[in-house]
Design a protein around this ligand. Structure first.
Ligand SMILES: [Zn+2]
Length: 273
C-alpha cells in the first residue's frame, strides 16, 4: 500500500485561481485525480489498513482531508473580498453531477474540526471575517451525507487567536506545548467527547495535529497508552510521503496544498510517485 493523503484549508482564499484558493484547487484536483485513473477513498480505510483492522485493495488510491473545520467546508459563502466561493462539499457534489456517482464510488473528504465553541468564536473574529464561519451547525449534516467524515483537530488548536489563558498553563501558539497527561486530556480526550456528542451515533477516530506540531509525549506515550480515553486510531502529520503499512500510525504523513504543491503539475508529480 502506498496512499498519498492530501490536505486542504478551505479558508485559504487570497484570490480566485489555483495557487491562491484552496477550494478552487480542490475542485481541479478531483478532476486531475480522476483523470490519472486513481481512486479516492475515505481516510478511515487507509487508517484501518495501517492498524490492521482493514484489508482492502488500496492500490492506486488517494485520500482527501481538510483542516480547521470552517463553514467553507460545507456551505457556499460570499467572501468579503473574493466573492462567492463553492464549499468543498459542493465541489464533491459538482464532481458527481459532472462524472456520475459511479465515477468515484468511494468519494470522501475527512474534515478535521476544532471542538471548543469558544475557541472557534475567537478564531472566527481574529482570523476570519467575524461572520460566524466557524460554526458546528453543519457537522451532523456533513457526516450524514456520507461524503464527509468529521474528525478531531483538538479542543482549541492552542491557537494564538484565542484570547483566553492556554489550557493547563500552556503558552498559546504551539501544539508542542501538549507534553503532559493533563494537557493531552484537555486538548484531545475532551475534543473527542465533544465531537462525538455532536455527530452521534458516529464517532471521531482520527486526530490531526494542529500546526503539524507532533509532540513526542503524544506520539510515543499518550496516543499509544490511553486509547480507551481518547478513542483515536491514528494521528495525522505532514510528512509529505505516501502512507504505507510501515508508517507510524501516530504520525501519518500528508501533503499540504499550497506548501507541498502549488500547481496541478506539482500534484501530478506527487501522485505519480
Ligand atoms: Zn489547523
Amino acid at each position: 500500500m502506498r496512499v498519498p493523503v492530501l490536505a486542504y484549508h478551505a479558508v485559504n482564499i487570497a484570490g480566485n485561481d489555483y495557487a491562491s484558493n484552496d477550494p478552487l484547487a480542490f475542485a481541479a484536483d478531483l478532476r486531475l485525480i480522476h483523470e490519472l485513473g486513481l481512486r479516492i477513498v475515505p481516510l478511515q480505510w487507509v487508517v484501518e489498513q495501517v492498524v490492521g483492522s482493514g484489508n482492502r485493495d488500496l492500490e492506486g488510491c488517494v485520500a482527501l482531508t481538510c483542516d480547521d473545520g470552517s463553514n467553507f467546508d460545507f456551505n457556499d459563502l460570499d467572501h468579503p473580498i473574493h466573492g462567492p466561493q463553492r464549499s468543498l462539499y459542493n465541489c464533491l457534489l459538482d464532481f458527481e453531477a459532472e462524472f456520475g456517482v459511479d465515477a468515484q464510488p468511494d468519494l470522501h473528504l475527512t474534515c478535521f474540526v476544532i471542538a471548543s465553541p469558544e475557541a472557534r468564536e475567537h478564531i472566527d473574529r481574529g482570523c476570519l471575517a467575524g461572520r460566524g464561519w466557524m460554526s458546528e451547525a453543519w457537522w451532523k449534516d456533513a457526516q450524514r451525507s456520507g461524503l464527509i467524515g468529521i474528525e478531531n483537530h483538538s479542543w482549541d488548536h492552542n491557537h494564538p487567536a484565542v484570547k483566553l489563558p492556554g489550557l493547563e498553563g500552556m503558552q498559546r501558539g504551539s501544539f508542542l506545548e501538549v507534553d503532559s497527561l493533563p494537557r493531552a486530556r484537555a486538548e484531545i480526550a475532551a475534543a473527542t467527547d465533544y465531537i462525538n456528542e455532536r455527530i452521534a451515533p458516529s464517532r471521531t477516530q482520527i486526530f490531526c495535529y494542529p500546526f503539524s506540531h507532533v509532540p513526542e509525549y503524544l506520539r510515543a506515550e499518550y496516543f499509544p497508552r490511553f486509547a480507551d480515553e481518547h478513542g483515536m486510531l491514528a494521528a495525522m502529520g505532514d510528512g509529505a510521503v505516501p502512507v504505507t503499512l510501515d508508517s507510524d500510525r501516530w504520525n501519518l504523513p500528508r501533503y499540504i496544498c499550497g506548501w507541498h504543491w502549488k500547481t496541478p503539475e506539482a500534484l501530478r508529480d506527487i501522485l505519480a510517485g
